[in-house]
Design a protein around this ligand. Structure first.
Ligand code: ADP
Length: 416
């Protein structure tokens, strides 16, 4: 059974128990109420009517009193419920009829009034007996109900208690297993990321030395190479450069992935960062015949940033701009102060641009825009790492672009 269904079943079960208990209590309360209602309706009213008649017999024999007696008698006739009560009520009516007719004869009146009282007593006694009997029944119902509800309550308590003890374990066991599994996966992932970091770090040194050797090979003092050999050397140089870039990105990604971005904050003039980045890309830009125009605001303050990582981000944005521009295009790199305490670095190209639906996605890991750009070499990691680097410095990175008009990538850092 799935965790959700287990929880559902558990809660349903407790709910049913509670429903059963309250149902039983309601049933017994209802029984008690109808039994006491019966006493009130059947007997208590009969006693009241007949006692009213008895009181009126003591009063003077006026027309109003006589009609009040008749009214009580009529009500009593309609409220006969006990065996023998009907006969007694009927004889009370007969006696009252004679009583009304014997107006002038006090001896007869006394006699009739005595007989009527005796009949009233009999009716009261019958009803009192019935009240006693029904009271006993109600009492039994109450006792019975109390026992059943107490038993049911104890049963529910026991079940509820064992539920309280066992159910959390029942639910928690799979959750704990899941958490343990997740922890294992996290540990494995971390190990994998560490492995990537180690490998890319270890690869960097031999690749750099290959690069050095290639530089030596190109030098005529080492020896002459023919045209074909020069071409081969150039190819190897390109591939080596690419390898270096990939290992660098993998290393950065491993740092980001393990949450171990180490920042070395310092204060530098934006010009230093820009100069370094432009110099680093001059060769590639020249090769593609792309020119980089740089614009600075006057009186730019220093920026507070990790210089290595910020330069890395700027190089990445510039190299993308070069990569996605057509030949002979130009790129605008501008630095200006925005708001009171931020510096904006912006790289604008006039290349293919980005479709609106991909604008947010370009900062996702391994994302490359499908279609026209997908032939370009690249890992799809550069912008994701750039985002992590800038955000780790409490900055903001973004892009504005229009298809076929070009893109503007920018990031903001604090003045400092
Ligand atoms: P990549 O190594 O593929 O360049 P990035 O993370 O730097 O990886 O870029 C992700 C994707 O964003 C690229 O594959 C490309 O499709 C798109 N992109 C990045 N910069 C530009 C740009 N200046 N103009 C057009 N598309 C770009």
């Amino acid at each position: 059974m799935s965790l959700k269904n287990k929880l559902r079943a558990g809660i349903c079960f407790l709910f049913l128990l509670a429903l059963l208990c309250s149902g039983l209590a309601a049933y017994y309360l209802q029984r008690l109420s109808s039994e006491s209602n019966a006493i009130l309706k059947d007997n208590y009213r009969s006693i009241t009517y007949t006692q009213n008649i008895g009181n009126l017999l003591d009063a003077p024999l006026t027309a109003a009193n006589l009609s009040a007696i008749q009214a009580n008698l009529t009500a009593q006739k309609q409220n006969v419920t006990e065996i023998g009560e009907r006969q007694l009520t009927r004889s009370l009516q007969n006696l009252f009829n004679s009583y009304q007719k014997a107006g002038g004869n006090p001896a007869l009146l006394g006699q009739l009034s005595f007989k009527m009282r005796a009949t009233i007593d009999a009716i009261v006694r019958i009803n009192m007996k019935s009240i006693e009997f029904k009271g006993q029944i109600a009492n039994n119902t109450a006792k019975h109900g109390l026992i059943i509800i107490a038993l049911m309550g104890s049963f529910c308590f026991l079940i509820g208690f064992s539920f309280l003890v066992n159910f959390p374990d029942y639910i928690a066991t799979p959750v704990t297993k899941l958490a343990e599994g997740l922890e294992q996966v996290t540990i494995k992932n971390e190990a994998k990321t560490n492995l990537i970091a180690t490998i890319s770090h270890e690869l960097k040194t031999p690749i750099s030395s290959i690069k050095m050797s290639l530089k030596l090979l190109e030098d005529s003092r080492v020896g002459q190479v023919n045209t074909e050999q020069r071409q081969l050397i150039e190819n190897i140089t390109d591939d080596t450069q690419r390898l270096l870039q990939i290992t660098g990105e993998l290393l950065n990604m491993a740092q980001v992935e393990t949450g171990k971005i180490q920042l070395n904050f310092g204060s530098a003039h934006p010009k230093d960062i820009v100069d370094y980045a432009v110099k680093a890309l001059k060769f590639i830009a020249d090769q593609r015949r792309v020119s980089i125009k740089v614009y600075y605001d006057d009186n730019l303050p220093n920026v507070r940033a990790d210089l290595d990582k910020t330069t890395w981000v700027l190089i990445n944005l510039l190299s993308n701009a070069i990569k996605y521009s057509s030949e002979n295009a130009f790129i605008e790199l501008s630095v200006k102060k925005i708001r009171s305490n931020s510096i904006e670095f912006s790289v604008k190209d006039y290349g293919k641009g980005i479709e609106p639906q991909y604008l947010d996605r370009v900062f996702e890991r391994y994302f490359k825009i499908p279609g026209i750009n997908s032939g370009q070499p690249g890992t799809g990691l550069g912008l994701a790492i750039a985002k992590d680097f800038i955000e780790a410095q409490a900055g903001k990175i973004g892009v504005e672009s229009q298809l076929n008009q070009g893109s503007r990538f920018y990031f903001w850092l604090a003045v400092g």
